[in-house]
Design a binder for this molecule. Structure first.
Ligand code: N6E
Length: 145
């Protein structure tokens, strides 16, 4: 989930403290609970990780990750221009309000540079497919819709 403050031209990112990608900067998010939709999951994970509620999230893309060890992940990407509450640090994440003009790609997953800027700034929709060996991206393919 990417929450944007349009007036300040900032996006609410996290420094993830534990789990897959610990130490990296990312958007808040996580795995779906049984019976939950993707958007319900993204809103809940953002509340759990930052104490903020995203309002009117819009679906912007799909990410498909294949890791060489066999792990396969499908991720839905949402963008929300409104939210309720102030972001706070939790056991899972440190909040980072970040300029849209200075996204910290060198501290993010390697795929992000291929879709995040266009999604947040130009509000484009996409499907991305990526292969990874641990942290190393082996291939990338993004279709803009
Ligand atoms: C491989 N390249 C990647 N590029 C960009 N973003 C990636 C990613 N891989 C995972 N993500 C995102 O990172 C968050 C945690 O993912 P994920 O491991 O499912 O969640 P997490 O460990 O927090 O799960 P639970 O909180 O236990 O549900 C989640 O927003 C997911 O979209």
């Amino acid at each position: 989930m990417f929450i944007i403050d349009e007036a300040k031209r900032q996006v609410l990112l996290i420094r993830k403290k534990r789990g897959l990608g610990a130490g990296k900067i990312n958007g808040p998010g996580g795995k779906m609970d049984p019976g939950e939709t993707a958007v319900e999951c993204a809103v809940r994970e953002t509340q759990e990780e930052l104490g903020v509620t995203a309002l009117n999230p819009e679906h912007h893309g799909e990410l498909w990750f294949q890791f060489v060890d066999g792990l396969c992940m499908h991720v839905d990407v949402f963008v929300a221009s409104q939210h309720e509450g102030e972001a706070v640090e939790t056991p899972e994440a440190v909040p980072l309000w970040t300029s849209l003009d200075a996204l910290p790609f060198n501290e993010m997953w390697a795929d992000d540079v291929h879709w995040l800027g266009q999604t947040l700034v130009e509000r484009r929709h996409f499907i991305g497919r990526f292969t990874f060996d641990d942290d190393t991206m082996l291939s990338h393919e993004v279709s803009w819709l």
